[in-house]
Design a binder for this molecule. Sequence first.
Ligand code: Z5A
Length: 217
Amino acid sequence: MGAGVFITLEGVEGSGKTTHAKILADALRAAGRDVIITHEPGGTRAGQAIRAIFLDPAVSLDLAAELLLVLADRAQHVREKLKPALAAGTIVISDRYADSTVAYQGYARGFDLDFLRELNRLATDGIMPDLTIVLDCRVPTGLARISQRMSGASSPRRPDRFEGEDADFHARVRQGFLEIARDEPGRVRVVDSEQSLERVSAEIRRLVDELLERRCP
Ligand code: Z5A
């Protein structure tokens, strides 16, 4: 890998990943850094096709098929987009990555965690983030933000495969992210995303500045 910096944002839905990816990228660009934002699933053309099947609740998917789809998305994303961007020295911010598979397909769906880490090694080609920020909020807070966003949308849509899961499912996902953070405190940092947007973005910026100071002063 080149001199790029890889940052991922993780968390339950509605925790603010998309919002803060953009705020962070804008701030880093204003400071003269070369930055791209990407996301999983769907960060490549192949990934967009996979995402459509992956999220559509009308498409029946066995849990093994669901898992393999998200890994296929990641394998393509890493090789087509992440590795070239990192090799070019870019700061890459990804809205979800490998930890989402451990949290959703592992902690929430029940696949063995070590098995998932092994599959992630194949999908990621060993590319792991320099910094992962888990935006942590209570499940009802995240779900309320999403339903507020949906009710304000000009063309309302049906909940996707994961939005349709019950509160226990999302609670297991949240617990999964917190356990990943406990297991890897050097890479994974937790930020309370129930604070104001300003407080959350300031905490994210502090963590990223610390990383950049270490990596490319
Ligand atoms: N999935 C999986 O199962 N396995 C995997 O390996 C991967 C993914 C990679 C992708 O959904 C689904 O795929 C995901 C897990 C699964 N499903 N779930 N659940 P997606 O990409 O469509 O959606 P998402 O990743 O869950 O993102 P989201 O629902 O759009 O949420 P978000 O990006 O975290 O939140 P946001 O859009 O930034 O914010 C939501 C609203 O809250 C918005 O109106 C903000 O203005 C507001 N907000 C955000 N922060 C605040 C604060 N601090 N205060 C007040 N309001 C706020």
